[in-house]
Design a protein around this ligand. Sequence first.
Ligand code: SAH
Length: 249
Amino acid sequence: MTGKLTLIGCGPGAADLLTLRAMQRIKTADLILYDRLVDPEVLSFASADSTLEYVGKGCGDGGRQQVDINARISEALSQGLTVARLKSGDPMVFGRASEELAIAVSMNADIEIVPGVTSALAAASEWSIPITERAELQCFVVTTGKSSKDGKEPDWCSVVRPGVCAAFYMSVAQSWRIQTALMAKGVPGSLQCDWIENAGKPDVRHVSSRLDRLALDAREHAVKNPAILLIRYPLSAAIADTGQASELA
Ligand code: SAH
């Protein structure tokens, strides 16, 4: 009999932001595979009979690569185990969920996904930053600072548009590139930018900045991962920026 794979969103790293469903699935799993950013307290919900294995992929810490994780999931499913794959935030947001789900699908195993509080939403709540605002911010996008496999950076200019709040994951090391790419396309340097480090955790930190100081502030305040960058581009900011107005029309 093939087992079951449950991808569980564990929130931004605070056990009390876990859903009741996530807690229940953790309690009943045979094998728990957990990531680097999952709060250790979450692991205390596991039953005494379950096996806990760390499969984090932190930079240079000897963490296992995704291929090894995939192989471990496949092995456990073939043994008929209930596997709880604990991921930070929400499993479907920059969580490499598709690769792990594909294994379970190919083996005809049961699948379940338990959503979690993604870090961008936890970050916005921490500092009371609305990500949508009537008549000002009508879209919310998530993007990443990290290049994709082919080395190409995401097209940040296509998402940071008037009326949009953009949340950048994995972006601390890319702050200079983000700043210059957006400003080169005419995004106003005065736009409010917020770094939120360790959202949801006791050591949460907020660094307020603006687009034309983004990289400088990240360096001066030593912003560190895990952090989310929120850039809000209200419609009124585009209208106020007269140089922009004709381009946007
Ligand atoms: N699936 C996760 C994202 C994993 S990618 C989610 O939904 O949140 C890892 C990135 O998430 C980090 O580089 C950072 O940008 C962000 N992140 C994770 N935990 C965070 C936290 N507590 N505070 C701020 N950012 C966080």
